[in-house]
Design a protein around this ligand. Structure first.
Ligand SMILES: Nc1ncnc2c1ncn2[C@@H]1O[C@H](COP(=O)(O)OP(=O)(O)OP(=O)(O)O)[C@@H](O)[C@H]1O
Length: 306
């Protein structure tokens, strides 16, 4: 499929689902673009898995999802449009990895020679003869990803793929997904940790109690988190520093003769401003929410509003 970086490959609109009287997903919109990793972040129970199942047509509900302009069922072979990793590998433990993938390939119109190509892509070429029951969690996750890649789909969707993985496997996963996006795939990856997305996602959609409470580029989110940070400064020329901070969009509030707190600018910007204007700084210290705390704050605010 010919797609270019930035092309919208998936558009989900108005997704909704209740279980009994419980509203689990409520009016969720999601857009996935070629060449981008979108992080889908929310606490346990926020509705991420339900949303993903709605997008993939595995669950009935409200709204619609279009893949390259059409509903998934309108594509003859869905596996050539989207590859999904929704948990471990579902197969017979006694089957060898290659046999398992060949069986899946045969049932999904993927050519047999994709099996070895996909195993190589996830770095498991040497493990093709292992039995599924012999795989470590990290290897099983890679086999599940190889399976999702069999149809060479432009879209990859992974539900909490880092769960239970050791740091080495998480690093591999991060680099792998980044590379897949750089090749032009649109990648959706869910997680309950925003921090996990910091080095991976281009965009982040934050879900809280079934609703999208933030949708932004990672850079915007980091900027917003930085905007909530407070920097303590000590400077013998506080008035001049206050002026410089003010003209750069920040605010300085003195705490005593030469100490103050600054909001709206980060410590790097303040230090650079002072250096550029020859102002000595005796102290410069930033405190405030980490990205994770900032995210918890967004979810909390939304909860208060609703
Ligand atoms: N089949 C079901 N029947 C009833 N309730 C369900 C069903 N599936 C999910 N739920 C409920 O819907 C809510 C959202 O679940 P979902 O699995 O989508 O959340 P999640 O964000 O993926 O969280 P987690 O990371 O814990 O899987 C939860 O409260 C869950 O108990």
């Amino acid at each position: 499929m010919n797609t270019e970086h930035g092309d919208v490959l998936v558009e989900a609109a108005g997704l909704g689902r209740s279980f009994g009287t419980k509203r689990v997903v409520d009016g969720v919109d999601l857009t996935l673009r070629a060449g981008e990793v979108t992080g889908f972040v929310g606490a346990n129970g926020a509705g991420k898995s339900t949303t993903i199942q709605l997008m993939l047509g595995l669950l009935r509900g409200e709204g619609r999802t279009r893949y390259l302009g059409r509903p998934l069922h309108a594509w003859g072979a869905p596996g050539t449009v989207v590859g999904a990793v929704l948990g471990g590998v579902a197969g017979h433990g006694g089957h060898r990895v290659r046999t398992h993938l060949r069986t899946v390939a045969a049932g999904s119109a993927a050519s047999d020679n994709r099996v070895d190509a996909c195993l190589a892509e996830v770095g498991l070429a040497q493990a093709a003869r292992l039995r599924l029951a012999e795989l470590s969690l990290g290897m099983a996750q890679r086999v599940a990803i190889a399976q999702a890649l069999l149809g060479d789909p432009p879209v990859l969707v992974l539900d909490e793929p880092a769960n239970g993985l050791d740091p080495h496997s998480i690093r591999w996963l991060r680099q792998f997904l980044r590379a897949e996006a750089d090749r032009g795939r649109a990648v959706l990856v869910s997680s309950h940790l925003l921090g996990e997305m910091e080095q991976l996602a281009d965009r982040v959609v934050v879900l809280s109690r079934g609703r999208v409470v933030a949708a932004a580029t990672m850079a915007e989110l980091l900027d917003r988190a930085a905007g909530r940070r407070v920097v303590s400064v000590e400077c013998p020329e506080l008035e001049r520093l206050a002026e410089l901070v003010g003209t750069s969009g920040g605010r300085l509030a003195p705490t005593d003769g030469r100490s103050a707190t600054v909001t709206g600018l980060d410590r790097v910007r303040i230090g650079t401003l002072a250096a550029e204007h020859g102002l000595p700084l005796y102290w410069l210290h930033e405190t405030g929410p980490s990205l994770e705390e900032f995210y918890l704050g967004i979810a909390e605010e939304e909860f208060r509003i609703s």
